[in-house]
Every structure is written in C-alpha cells, then in structure tokens.
Design a protein around this ligand. Sequence first.
Ligand code: DI6
Ligand code: FE
Length: 388
Amino acid sequence: MAAGASAPYGAIEDGLIAAKDGRIVWVGARKDAPAFVARETVDCGGRWITPGLIDCHTHLVYGGDRAHEFELRLQGASYEEIARAGGGILSTVKATRAASEAELFTSADTRLAALMEEGVTSVEIKSGYGLEPQAELKQLTVARRLGRERSVRVRTTFLGAHAVPPEFAGRSGAYIDLVAGPMLDAVAAQGLADAVDVFCEGIAFSPEETARLFAAAKAKGLPVKIHAEQLSNLGGARLAAEHGALSADHLEYLDEAGVTAMAKAGTVAVILPGAFYFLRETQKPPIELLRQHGVPIALATDANPGSSPLTSPLLVMNMACTLFRLTPEEALAGLTRNAAKALGMHNEIGTLEAGKFCDLAIWEIERPAELAYRIGFNPLHARIWNGQ
Ligand code: DI6
Ligand code: FE
C-alpha cells in the first residue's frame, strides 16, 4: 500500500518497492516500474506490505512494575485514589530513581522487543518517572541508547512535568519552575529530547503551569505535546494547539472548542485505547467530531506500568475499532501515517513514498482489515528497517 493512491488503504496490487541506502526510491505497480539494476531482490510471495508501524506515545523506560496496584484496584481502589495516596506514578518514580541505567535498559529492551515483533520500526519514548534532574536525564539517556543499539528509530520526549514529585508536594508551581528552567536546560544542552510533554490534569499540572513550560520549550526550539483531557476537561488540548503542539494525547473529555483549535493548528489527536480499557473509563474520545473537523487521528500503546501495561500495537488497533468504532483503515493510518505526523516525522516515515526511509512490515494476511480484526494473533512475516 502507498500514500495518495485512491484504492482503500491506498493499496497497490502486485506492487514493487525499490530502496537504496535505506531510503525508498520507487513505489508502484510492478508493471509500471522502470528497469532497475537491483543488487538484491526479495519476493514477498504475495504478502501485504505496509509501512513499519510507529508507536508515537510510550513510557517504555521505567523501573519496577505496578501489578500490586492492579490488585488494589480490583479490590475497589480507583486510579486517582491510589495516585493521591502516594502510589501510582510516584511508586514508579521511586523504582526508576533506584534503578541503574543498565537495569532500565534491560527492562525497556524487553518491552521494545515486543513492539518490534509486531512490526514497529519507530517508537517515541518519554521520560517522566525520574522527576529530578539526574533521573530524568538517565531515562532519556537509556531511551537514546535503545535507538543506537536496536534496529528501530527512537524519538525521545522530555516529560519532566508528568507528576509533582514528593519533594514538591503541594508546590507544583515551584516544581514547574525547576522543570522549565534547570531541567529543560540540561536536557536541551545534552540534546537528549526531540520534544517536551506535560500531563495537564487535576492530579498533575494546571493549564497555567503547562503554558509556562510550553513557553520555555519554545525558547529552546523544542516542539511540544500534551497529555490532556484524560480524566477531566481542563482545556489542555486547546492550549497546546495554540502553542502549535505536534499532538494532544488521550482526549476522552475533549470538547468541540478543543477539536476546532486542533484542526486549525494541525495538531494530531493521539488516541490511547489501552489506558481507556485498563482504567475502565467510560467517557470515549469524540472520534466523530475529530473526523468532521479533519483532525488526523493517531493511535499508540501508551506503554506504561500504571495505566496501560500494553506492548501490542495490533491490540491497540483492535481496541480502537471495538471500543471507539474506528475503521480498520483508520486504525492502520493511526499507527503509520498519522503517528508519523504526531512525531513531526511525516517527511521521513509513515507512508510508502519515494524519499522516505524504507521501514516496512510484511504481513501474512489476506486483507489489511485482519490487522485490526484478530485478537492476540501476530501475522508479522518480516520487518524491514532502514532498508535492511
Ligand atoms: N497518563 C497516563 O495514563 C499515564 N501518564 C499519564 O500522564 C499514567 C502513568 C502511570 O500511571 O504511571
Ligand atoms: Fe502517556
């Protein structure tokens, strides 16, 4: 399948992809192909080829796990209650601060491998479980190392404003000063982040604090993203759009003003069905409004220990269709074309077009809807990254 074509999924029958030095140089129907002198030809045996999947929102690097909180929740405690009692994100912060770089690398590597086994060729990884300068830098350093040592593109996002750390309890404004000041300075000086993110929510940071951080990010030339409207509507998505955000993520409580602002700014809506499912939320993101206003919809795992311990992009596609009524075609675009936009990488990845990286997933399927249709089944035949 390729971008721009008019068939469903942009599908090309009996297609041919030519690549050189890791980039696609030609895509189309084999009958239209110019004569190539190929060093190597791979016959995919009639299988489907899609762009490699892109997981544009993950928290893959962290210490410990939260299986015990899962048990507490099954005994009646809510996610917000656990967070307010010092559990939740803060229990992962403790474990992440205590972990060595090597330990963080090993546990994240296992989760990354699970994503790659289902065709992921690019992944975004956020910090946000350190919440102090050294520990945030440690998370980002590990994320960058994953990108150097594994055959996957890694984009890193500084999420120092994920939660208020215990040292700043009740003083979120003072903590934002640290995040937007010395912490961001260090992250930018070491070139460890491609974007800046914030959790704008009653249990985290206010719109005013968010705006302060965005201004600091802009001064560093870093694009911004937001976790917004997940548990309530604080108008975070609209605020982010007004700051030219690449994406606003979660969005269950998003209203039409937010949708309009996103459409105007070209901000991508990143929908995270794993967190919706795992927290047993009932408020669904306004998919129909997003469609009506032409806001691109991306999907991601949100892989994290607290609200979405999920490392299956294929299950994300299925959940987006069953829970939110996306079509399988929208779901695939959500993990390819629109995910690339959410990372600001739409000129490099996300569709099969000449000039982009040759990142492919080759599937043992009869039709592309199977990717979203099956549950717990992985039809990946092969994964090509950077032309290899
Ligand atoms: N929203 C979420 O769903 C995750 N972070 C966020 O801002 C939850 C992170 C956690 O519970 O550890
Ligand atoms: Fe998240």
